[in-house]
Design a protein around this ligand. Sequence first.
Ligand code: SF4
Length: 433
Amino acid sequence: MNISKFVKTFTGESPGNVRPGLHHFLRESDGAIARFHLRVDSGGDGMLVANAAAMARLTPSGVVIAKGLLDGDDSAAIVRRLKKLFRGASAERLASDVAAVAALVERMERPQGGYPILNLADPALAPKTLPLERPLAADVPLCAPFHSTKIMERLRQLGIPHVTFIAGRNCDESHLVRAVERGSDLGLITGVRGRGSELAAGNRINDAAAAGLDHLDVYCFSADEKIHDSLAGEGDHALAVRALAAARKYEICAVAQLALTRATLETIDQTLEAIVGHGIENASIFAVAAESDPQQAMAADELPPAAAIVEESAERLGIRLMWQPTVRFDPSTSLGEQLCRGPRTGGDWAIRVEPDGAVFAPRGPAAPAGNILEDDWETIERSEPFSKYRRRLRSDTRCDTCPGLAICAADCPREPAGWANGISGRRPEVGGR
Ligand code: SF4
């Protein structure tokens, strides 16, 4: 059975009849409930995400089959539907295709060591080889429910299945829990990222877990308490450890959010070992880099060897590591503050959406590409920031001697043009309900 043929290969196949947009399914498997998100793009092809962890891109026929299976249709009915939509194939061939997608769905129900969404280090998923019609995820600073709800409804409408809220300093607990609750009601994969100080306070993790939180990303800058606290604030190290333990206790996927600077690099081995010691298998990392006078940030030329050290260490320890776009050091703000703001987006498959709806590409200057609440996606996609971003990703920025570092998968990290400028200088009015 050839499952790989259902991964999109741009064959020019005619679109199926599944409505474009986001479809959400719950399926019982061995007494457990599995969640599936099927995102169907306008060409009929799509993306299937299982339990916020495993993902497969599908051809138009794969979309029709997956939708039928997840709707509970029997194989014979799906074969009849395929025969009408994709003429020329024999009934035997179509039945074998249905069986192959059924096997894929079953396999995705039980992902190994699941991390929410994908790793661009995998060449099959890199944006250069499989450009996505729309992003898969959005990073949104936590805001009042009135704003977060509008943004999530719009994300759902656009077929973007995953939202990660960024919990800033002294975030409002009710905003956090209500955002997760609403995301979960809308069928979105919902995550929260922040410092231990915000996340571990009171019953927040328990309440967020009850509201349907899928993943919790906790800043872990260094296993050395002094280094971590000097960047994240007094006492944060202990609270970060507590947040990770609570995430595990309440069965939320826990992710260690690392940052690469000169100071954190010195203890990266110990940090990764400590993460494993806490039972955490997934880590994300972004570098903070400067073109000149980097101080404690990384210099551009230091990034590739430092990334090699991080990747080797993570591989040795069996940690799934995801790189996020490098953030450009801002000399007007302390390094710790910049680290606690985190990366602009969770990766190159994501967008940043500010509480007022302003949208930013994963990399480049801090220029909004439009407003997700007011503009259609095509307008945002055609905007200058997104056009420039796409041009960079499409041009081959890997050097001839690139040793295949995961950090280089989307863009050469030594190229400042591919870094993300901080955008948190702009904070619109987001108070209220
Ligand atoms: S793409 Fe090549 S030049 Fe750029 S960081 Fe990677 S290995 Fe170095």
